[in-house]
Design a protein. Structure first.
Length: 316
């Protein structure tokens, strides 16, 4: 495949007059923000047609597993599909993955401009019971795609959380994903962050929750850890060997097609594939949970969790 995109299924076309020539198969962003690709070449200043819907096969970023149903963006610098859109770029939203593409794969099939359908989405609403006394007790900021937590320097126990109002039954095949950005380093080991699924929240210690599967960050440690607990099997926080960088989002995806052996992907890389996380003996139901806690001291932190959601399905 030499073109950036190849047309696979019928879609909607719109007129397009480019200021610079477009090659056949090139991906572009229209003035209205939509992704588009040109099935045939269009000369500069000449009216042509570009496709804005339907399934296309596009070049993909190497080393990334792109799971079916995932959102993907167009990396404008590399001219390939990518799982993340980072700041200060000209990247734009491309669509959703139609068939899982392996790490070594060079292309991926994408339903252009389509959006995933979440069964549960933290942005649709959540319960929150902040814990603090002298500190600011309103440092849970909900927004369209998730939540931001702020831990201030007051020397006291603090907890901020967001627990989804909706839940899913145990063993429901699904993909759990979240985009996490530590905006301000979680200074010292007094601050813990957990993001994932759980049967409940906790006032002081997310590790005490009896049924959960989490991404876990210990204070200022840059390690991205993972853990699970279902009352029968507990897998303690384990280093995924991937680190986060302050101010840079990372994407965590749990493939829960098998609740006895969930598989975790960090930025499209399957991590700890032989570590048997297990939540199959949970009784549930399980809800989305983002949870940050501080035991004491003047440690601070600022974290944004976007796209924390679950997509369930009946067939893989």
């Amino acid at each position: 495949m030499t073109a950036e995109a190849v047309y696979l299924n019928p879609g909607v076309s719109v007129d397009y007059t480019p200021t610079t020539a477009v090659t056949a198969g090139e991906v572009r962003q229209l003035p209205d923000g939509r992704a588009a690709f040109a099935p045939t070449a269009i000369a500069a200043a000449e009216k042509g047609a570009v496709t804005v819907s339907g399934v296309v096969e596009v070049l993909k970023t190497a080393t990334m597993v792109m799971l079916k149903g995932s959102r993907v963006f167009w990396d404008a610098s590399a001219n390939k599909a990518h799982l993340l859109q980072v700041g200060a770029t000209t990247d734009f939203y491309l669509g959703i993955v139609q068939e899982t593409a392996a790490s070594a794969g060079t292309t991926v099939k994408v339903d252009i401009n389509a959006n995933p359908k979440y069964t549960i989405d933290l942005g649709d609403g959540f319960w929150s019971v902040p814990v603090s006394t002298a500190g600011n007790n309103t440092q849970v900021i909900g927004h369209k795609e998730g939540v931001t937590f702020i831990v201030d320097a007051t020397s006291e126990a603090q907890k901020h959380d967001a627990l989804s109002t909706l839940s899913i039954p145990v063993a429901t095949p699904c993909l759990l994903e979240s985009e996490i950005c530590v905006n301000l380093a979680l200074s010292t080991s007094d601050v813990d962050l957990n993001v994932g699924l759980a049967n409940a929240t906790h006032a002081t210690d997310a590790d005490s929750i009896t049924e959960s599967i989490f991404i876990h960050i210990d204070g200022g440690d840059l390690n991205i850890n993972a853990e699970s607990d279902d009352n029968s099997t507990e897998v303690a926080a384990t280093d995924t060997t991937k680190d986060h960088a302050v101010g840079t989002p990372f994407l965590a995806q749990w493939d829960l097609s098998d609740w006895e052996d969930p598989q975790l992907y960090i930025n499209g890389v399957n991590v700890l594939p032989a570590s048997v996380f297990d939540i199959s003996d949970a009784t549930g139901p399980l809800k989305l949970l983002a949870h940050i806690e501080k035991t004491s001291g003047t440690a601070v932190g600022n974290v944004t969790i976007r796209r924390l959601g679950v997509r369930t399905y009946t067939e893989a």
